[in-house]
Structure formats: structure tokens, C-alpha cells
Design a protein around this ligand. Structure first.
Ligand code: CP
Length: 646
């Protein structure tokens, strides 16, 4: 049982302005006591656990030093990969167990939203020491503390944020804090490394704040003819110096700032980029000349460290280079934060923060967070994705915000669980969707296919007519088999994957035809593009299904939007590296939302967007009287008559 009140710092926004002011005052006091060599016993008897699932020098050691300096004790796992996490223990279980051994937990984790999960499950306070690319609030406390010390205030300062603003978690927390304290931000992202939308949206919604984004050339103009900001190629030995005094084009303020007060530089967060993602061709580099112009003479250069090549070592001797002071502030500032927690416990003024209530979805599977690094994608079934309503600018999609990583998921199709009807979302439905959320009857779908697989019917359906009879369907499947055989030189290298459910039925029939025509029976699997686990499984009686180096024939009945096929292809590529993936569809409607073109087509049936093609296939090996046919009907979209919705 922790001796501290349950007060978590997952985001910098978990701290009130008065809390931050108190941390600064306490940090000043602790810094003075440390300088005098005083023995401090503020936290005597308290134990802090440090759980670092990612490498760290500053955050970990300064937190541990802080607790020792306060007279408390520290327990830790030297390497979380040598803890029971390596045996598959969940984060939720780990923090619950460790709460029994410590009064507070300091957590660093590679996944976005992990600190929020830990805070929810641990009975003791959790301090976020960096979660994925999301936030690093205690680094921001150090940054603000030093910036204010150097400048005397924060309000009205102009801070240029340079480098990787996409994955740099320290930058995200700092942006929220600078906005709160009334500083001006100029974002100078490396190409492709812009501040993410979810950060901008939160700033706009919660702080009514926005800022300018400029290129490095424009920053040089802003800085007044600055000629010492470099973009360096990421590959070594190809230094390139950009000295152009480019015209100021995009800076929306009427006047550029009179002076820059700080450059906050970050390294490229390579560890957040997937193996396939190419890094930027050039990256920002500062040297001593950066501070020589009229507009930068008073500027300090900040960096959360570690640095790579973005700050020249010659800059270190300049008193305006304050990055080592930021790192050193880690001890008094983190001592102050621990002391703040103790003050809150004494005042008994806090309890767990109420979470925004998550939407309860009907229809399986529930939506998945679109962020591949969201903690919900790694922690297993106990951690169901949770969403609240987001804020989309696009009237044709419903935005859902992940309650853990804050990324938004755009939903095209919504359904009403009682009427079992689905709708293409548009803003006319907004009020109904809110009502369905309240009554717990909202279902959401990525595609028409998913809605129909879940047993939902379109909102209103026009007359249906048969456009292919059994003979024509059988002929079209035979044509697909012939096209594959004619196109693929080596059938023994072919494996067939059918998209659940009609695509999988077709895949088995295609396999049978190819087998009888070539005497080679390709391996066959079904793929459920909306199932997180076990998405791809053999349906030909084999134990395993291998995609590596195979020519995969991906089979589906009809492409509507193309999203399902795109997702299926992504799933195949996650499984390994096939030699090729070719797409076979029974019906090509001629238009789709994503640019996917089938290689083999059973029949082209041009349709309008308001028309739906539905394939019905006889179930193989059953006594069912159903037979193959293809139907077409029109969807009557909900527009101005919403009272008929249910
Ligand atoms: N600034 C920072 O978070 O450094 P570490 O990764 O060394 O903790």
C-alpha cells in the first residue's frame, strides 16, 4: 500500500499550473540545499520503483539520484527484458505487483499510451518517463525550469522547435506547456517530421492555440540572415550547407518575431521508425555561428539529449548552450516532483482522475486503433481498445479518438445495433450517432463488407435483380483459374489466400480447379482482415501456411472500396516477404476508394457508387439448396429524413 496519494503524471497536462510553479519553487530550494551539501530526509522511508522498458541515461539516473538525495530508496530491474516481461507478463500485472513493493513507479515504455495503462492499473502513483512517441512530461519540467531561469519568464518568449517533431515525445509535452505559459512557438520540422495532427488538435481544442511551421530556409530569414543552420545529409561524408537567405513565405504572423529566445533541437528518433521507413535525407545541424545574428544573440540552445550530429561540440563552450544544464536540472526538478506528490498525499487532495467514458460498441470485432505503436496492439486481450468521439474536419467520416494514444481513427460506416442497419456516415448522422452511443447501440465498420459480414443490412435497399446466374458464376471462377494458370509460370510456387468469407469460399474452389487442370494443388488459407490475432490460417487441412517467397493469389468476391483488400495485403506482408501478391476478384465494379487494380477478373460489372453487388455462393459439401448467383441493388442513403433511422 503506497504512502502517497494516487496522483499520476502521464501527461504534462496532468499538472495544474500551480503544481508546476510549486515544482519550480521546490526545485530552487532543493538545488540550494544540494549546493550546500545538506542532508535531506524529505522522502525517508519511501521507495521508488523504476521500470524502464527502453534505454535511458538522464531520466532513469536522475530519478534514482533524486530519490536517494531525498533520503528514500530505489528498487529497479536493471533490464526489463530480464524481468518477467520477458516471459510475457502484461504491463498491467507488472505494475500491480510492483505497487506492492514501492510507493511510486517511474515508467518508460516504447508503446504510445503505456503510461496511461500503468496509471490505471497501479494503485500507487505512476510518473511517465516517456511513452513511445507520445509524451515525456518530466523532461518538460526540466526544460521549462531552465528556460525560465535563463529568461526570467516564459510568457511571450519565442521558441523555435527544430528537428524530429513527429516522434520527439519531449517536444509534444513541451508544446502543450509552452502554449499554457503563453510562449510563441515556431515549428521547424525536418522534412516529413511535422508535429502530428493529434497534438495540433488537442492544442486547438484545449488551449485555443496554434503556431507557425516554417522551413529551415524561412527560419534563416526569421533569424535575420542566419547562415549557420545546416541541413546535413543523413548518410555520412556528404555534408551540405544551406546558406540561402530564402524569402519568408509561410510565416503567418504580420511581423516576424523581433528575436528568437530559444532553439529547442531534437535528434532523429530512429528507434520509432519502422524498418521500411526511410529517414529524412537531411537533418538540422547547429554550430556556434547560429547565435551570431542580431535576432539570435540572446537565444539559448536547448536539447533534451542524447544528441547525435545536430549540435556541434564547439557550441558546448558557449554559455547560451544550456543542454547540460537541462540534464543537470533533472535531479532538483525530479526531487521537487516527488516532494509535490508527498505534499498532495499530506493534503489528501487528490484521487484518481476520472477518465472520459469510452464508447461501448456493438458488433464484433470492435474497432482497432489505427496507430501501429498504440499499446492496445501489444498488450493482449485484457486491454480492449477504447475510444471517445474525435474531431474530424471531414464531414463524411466519424472520428474516434483512442483513449490511450490519442490518435484518431476515421470511420466510414456506422450501424445501429437494434435495427441492424448500416449507413455511410455523413454529418446528418452526427446527432443520431451521439444518441446511439448513449444507448449503447453504435456499431462501426471499416467497410460495407465488414458490416455485411456482421449481419447488417444497408439502411434502405432498392429493388434487387440477379445479374449473374449459377452458370455464369461457375464460368467466371473457371476463367479466373485459367487466367492464373496462363499468367504464373510455376504453379508449384503459388499459394492461394481467400478473404473471409466469400473470398475464402472462392479460394477453395479456385484451388480445386487449378489442381484439376495442372495436377498441382496450391496451399490455401483464409484471411480475416479484421481479426487482430490468427488473421491468416490454412483451410486446406495443412498445419501451417507460409507466404515467404511464394506467389500469393489473394482472392475476394468483389471490391467495393478496396480497403479490405488493402488491409489483407498488409497482413500478408506482415507475415513475410512473398515473391509477389496478385489479386483475383470475381466481380470488378470499376471504381474504388483506394488505387488497387485486380490482376485477374471473373467479370467486369460497371456500377454506380449507390449500387451494391452481392455475391452468393453455394456452400461446398452441404445439402444446402442455395446456389451461386450475383445480385445488384441500390442503397438509398439517409439524407434529410433521419426520423426513419430506427
Ligand atoms: N532526455 C532523455 O529522456 O534522456 P534519456 O533517454 O537518457 O533518459
Amino acid at each position: 500500500m503506497s504512502r502517497l496519494a494516487k496522483f499520476d503524471v502521464v501527461s504534462i497536462e496532468d499538472l495544474e499550473t500551480s503544481d508546476i510553479e510549486r515544482v519550480f519553487a521546490l526545485a530552487d530550494s532543493f538545488a540550494a540545499q544540494l549546493a550546500q551539501g545538506d542532508q535531506i530526509t524529505t522522502a525517508a522511508g519511501l521507495i521508488m520503483a523504476t521500470l524502464f522498458y527502453e534505454p535511458s541515461t538522464r531520466t532513469r539516473l536522475s530519478f534514482e539520484s533524486s530519490m536517494h538525495r531525498l533520503g528514500g530508496a530505489v528498487i529497479s530491474s536493471a533490464d526489463m527484458h530480464a524481468s518477467s516481461a520477458a516471459k510475457g507478463e502484461s504491463l498491467a500485472d507488472t505494475v500491480r505487483v510492483v505497487s506492492g513493493y514501492a510507493d511510486l513507479i517511474v515508467l518508460r515504455h516504447p508503446h504510445d499510451g503505456a503510461a496511461r495503462v500503468a496509471a490505471e492499473y497501479a494503485p500507487c502513483p505512476v510518473l511517465n518517463a516517456g511513452d513511445g512517441s507520445r509524451e515525456h512530461p518530466t523532461q518538460t519540467l526540466c526544460d521549462l525550469y531552465i528556460l525560465r531561469k535563463k529568461k526570467g519568464h516564459l510568457k511571450g518568449l519565442t521558441v523555435a522547435l527544430c528537428g524530429d517533431l513527429k516522434f520527439g515525445r519531449t517536444v509534444h509535452s513541451l508544446i502543450y506547456a509552452l502554449a499554457r505559459f503563453g510562449a510563441n512557438i515556431v515549428a521547424v520540422p525536418t522534412s516529413g517530421m511535422d508535429v502530428p495532427d493529434y497534438v495540433l488538435k488537442r492544442l486547438a481544442a484545449e488551449r485555443n492555440y496554434s503556431f507557425s511551421t516554417v522551413t529551415m530556409d524561412e527560419l534563416k530569414s526569421l533569424a535575420g540572415g542566419l547562415d549557420a543552420l545546416y541541413l546535413t545529409p543523413s548518410a555520412p561524408h556528404q555534408m551540405a550547407l544551406f546558406t540561402g537567405d530564402g524569402a519568408l513565405r509561410n510565416f503567418p504572423a504580420a511581423e516576424p518575431p523581433a528575436a528568437l529566445d530559444a532553439f529547442y533541437v531534437t535528434r532523429l528518433q530512429k528507434e520509432r521508425m519502422s524498418g521500411k521507413e526511410a529517414g529524412p535525407a537531411q537533418y538540422v545541424r547547429f554550430d556556434a555561428r547560429a547565435l551570431r545574428t542580431s535576432r539570435t544573440q540572446e537565444a539559448v540552445v536547448m536539447h533534451p539529449l542524447p544528441r547525435l550530429g545536430e549540435l556541434a561540440y564547439e557550441l558546448d563552450a558557449d554559455p547560451r548552450a544550456v543542454y547540460f544544464e537541462q540534464a543537470a536540472a533533472g535531479v532538483p526538478v525530479r526531487m521537487a516532483l516527488i516532494a509535490l506528490l508527498m505534499e498532495k498525499a499530506a493534503a489528501a487532495s487528490v484521487g484518481p482522475r476520472p477518465m472520459a467514458e469510452a464508447i461501448r460498441f456493438k458488433a464484433e470485432p470492435p474497432p482497432r486503433c489505427s496507430n501501429l505503436n498504440c499499446v492496445t496492439r501489444f498488450e493482449g486481450a485484457y486491454l480492449a481498445p477504447r475510444f471517445t468521439l474525435g474531431r474530424s474536419m471531414d464531414a463524411t467520416v466519424l472520428a474516434l479518438k483512442c483513449g490511450l494514444c490519442e490518435r484518431e481513427l476515421m470511420i466510414e460506416y456506422v450501424g445501429h445495433a437494434r435495427s441492424h442497419r448500416y449507413y455511410h456516415f455523413d454529418e446528418n448522422l452526427q446527432g443520431y450517432v451521439r444518441q446511439w452511443i448513449e444507448e449503447g447501440s453504435l456499431a462501426v465498420f471499416d467497410s460495407v463488407k465488414q458490416a455485411e459480414e456482421a449481419g447488417y443490412e444497408p439502411y434502405r435497399r432498392g429493388p434487387q435483380r440477379e445479374i449473374m446466374n449459377e452458370e455464369e458464376v461457375v464460368g467466371a471462377i473457371e476463367s479466373l483459374a485459367d487466367q492464373v494458370i496462363a499468367d504464373v509460370p510455376d504453379i508449384s510456387a503459388v499459394s492461394i489466400v481467400g478473404v473471409v468469407s466469400h473470398g475464402a469460399m472462392l479460394a477453395l474452389r479456385l484451388r480445386g480447379l487449378i489442381g484439376s487442370k495442372t495436377k498441382v494443388l496450391p496451399p490455401c488459407a483464409a484471411l480475416d482482415a479484421y481479426k487482430p490475432a490468427d488473421a491468416l490460417h490454412p483451410i486446406d487441412g495443412a498445419e501451417n501456411f507460409n507466404v515467404e517467397d511464394r506467389t500469393i493469389i489473394l482472392v475476394d468476391d468483389v471490391i467495393n472500396s478496396g480497403w479490405t483488400v488493402q488491409r489483407a495485403m498488409a497482413t500478408i506482408w506482415q507475415r513475410g516477404r512473398p515473391a509477389a501478391v496478385k489479386l483475383a476478384v470475381l466481380i470488378d465494379r470499376g471504381h474504388r476508394a483506394v488505387p488497387i487494380r485486380p490482376n485477374y477478373v471473373g467479370k467486369n460489372i460497371p456500377t454506380s457508387r449507390g449500387e451494391r453487388v452481392q455475391v452468393r455462393l453455394a456452400a461446398a459439401g452441404t445439402e444446402s439448396k442455395s446456389h451461386d448467383r450475383v445480385m445488384i441493388y441500390s442503397i438509398v442513403e439517409l439524407r434529410k429524413e433521419p426520423e426513419a433511422a430506427h
